[in-house]
Ligand binder design. Structure first.
Ligand SMILES: Nc1ncnc2c1ncn2[C@@H]1O[C@H](COP(=O)(O)OP(=O)(O)OP(=O)(O)O)[C@@H](O)[C@H]1O
Ligand SMILES: [Mg+2]
Length: 404
């Protein structure tokens, strides 16, 4: 009797697995895919939580990428040491492992508890391998009403095999999509360079025209080089290959730093630059470097799309475990019908394209960083009056009550 029950639950697990695999194979958005995998893993193994750690072969590190109990993406990118963790052991040995009492296992990585905020009583981890290549580790934690068995391990291995293929597919799709767009975008500057080079070679231009041609070429080369580096940033962020380095930091200090970076730039353009931040702001947890990049992109735009004699205000407040950062300018503004499009990769407002140089990637990078921090970005703007970009970031449970 017992045997039959075991058999039918096993059959159920595999039937479940077939349904899940079908769903995973059609999901191309990497972050959605990873959350589907962890959800499926915890259901199929009847465990409390599941998480995925990705392996970065270039840096030989493992980092958190998805977990069932993470309500924001903040822990994404937390690096787990290869040497002192069960996940690291799985990567190095390319084998699954069942640990009944991880607290007593010397491979256990203590901070895992801080990261996932749960006490780990039992753990089953498997390697995620695609065509023999190590992609990462899938772990399920705390089996409900018992211990993990060899059967759980087999079912999870079967899910892991499907999941690894789906992750590789989604990465390849993302790359082909991005590369296609990039190639399309570099065509214009390349043909301008080509035309200028031809003219220079033809000897049909006088000295004055020659100098103009060279100026054009320099500007196009600079545009191409800026486009390449912003593009690389975005590709890394979107593919989930760029681990986030999370730390706790002072928001006020970060904003003052951004203010200082641009102060002399604003003065050169006779722009009044205001800073309006309360003396005490809560500390927040996030990737400081990435958030700084997002703010830099926004202030840079506020200057670029402004007038001589205009004004910019960098404002911040904190309320109910959230921080609000607003960057307002008195510049060109953005027409209503184009406002929803400006966060798209390479999108530039029609009327600005010939007036102001840019690649149209800055805001796509900003959006990705903010969303990865569990935040939102919104915009109010009126043509020839100005624009305000507002970022809302959760401080959440990580808020340090002792404001400094
Ligand atoms: N503060 C602003 N005021 C008016 N228009 C803006 C502002 N910020 C962004 N825009 C519009 O949105 C478009 C997209 O902005 P984004 O920062 O992505 O690109 P960019 O500044 O043109 O190039 P870059 O990749 O160098 O940042 C801009 O080209 C511009 O038309
Ligand atoms: Mg920009």
């Amino acid at each position: 009797m017992k045997k039959k029950n075991d058999r039918s639950t096993l059959l159920n697990s595999y039937q479940n697995l077939i349904d899940i695999s079908r769903d995973l194979a059609s999901e191309l958005d990497l972050n959605i895919l990873l959350s589907k995998i962890v959800k499926a893993a915890s259901e199929i193994s009847d465990s409390e939580e599941a998480s995925i750690l990705m392996f970065d072969p270039a840096k030989n590190t493992l980092y958190f990428q998805a977990a069932t109990n993470l309500d924001t993406q903040l822990n994404r990118g937390v690096i787990v040491p290869l040497e002192e963790s069960i996940a690291g052991w799985i990567v190095q040995n390319q084998q699954p492992v069942i640990v009944d009492d991880p607290q007593k296992d010397k491979r256990h990585f203590d901070s895992i508890q801080n990261i996932t905020n749960i006490k780990v009583n039992s753990l089953l981890g498997i390697p995620l391998l695609s065509k023999g290549k190590m992609i990462g580790v899938l772990e399920v934690i705390n089996k409900r009403g018992g211990k993990f068995t060899k059967k759980d391990q087999d079912v999870l291995m079967a899910l892991g095999a499907q999941a690894a293929v789906a992750i590789e597919n989604s990465r390849l799709f993302l790359q082909s999509d991005l590369i296609g767009e990039f190639v399309h975008q570099i065509r214009t500057p390349l043909s301008a360079l080509n035309a200028a080079a031809h003219l220079l070679k033809s000897n049909r231009v006088d000295e004055g025209q020659k100098k103009k041609m060279i100026d054009i070429m320099e500007a196009e080369i600079e545009a191409l080089s800026e486009m390449s580096s912003s593009f690389l940033d975005l590709a890394r962020l979107q593919s989930g290959r760029k681990p986030y380095h999370v730390s706790q930091f002072n928001i006020r200090e970060l904003l003052v730093e951004c203010y200082d970076i641009f102060y002399s730039d604003t003065q050169e353009h006779a722009i009044k630059f205001n800073l309006d931040i309360p003396e005490t702001m809560p500390r927040m947890l996030g990737d400081r470097k990435q958030l700084k990049q997002a703010l830099i992109n926004l202030v840079n735009n506020a200057i670029k799309f402004n007038h001589e004699g205009g004004e910019i205000t960098l404002r911040a407040t904190a309320k109910e475990k959230k921080v609000f950062i607003a960057i307002s300018d008195t510049g060109l503004g953005i027409p209503k019908d184009e406002q929803p499009k400006i966060f798209r990769k390479f999108y530039r407002v029609r009327s600005h394209r010939d007036q102001v140089p840019g690649t149209g990637l800055g805001l796509a990078v900003v959006k990705q960083i903010i969303v990865d921090h569990g935040g939102e970005i919104s915009l109010t703007s009126e043509v020839n009056v100005g624009s305000t970009f507002t970022i809302t970031l959760p401080l959440d449970k990580w808020q340090d009550e002792s404001a400094i």
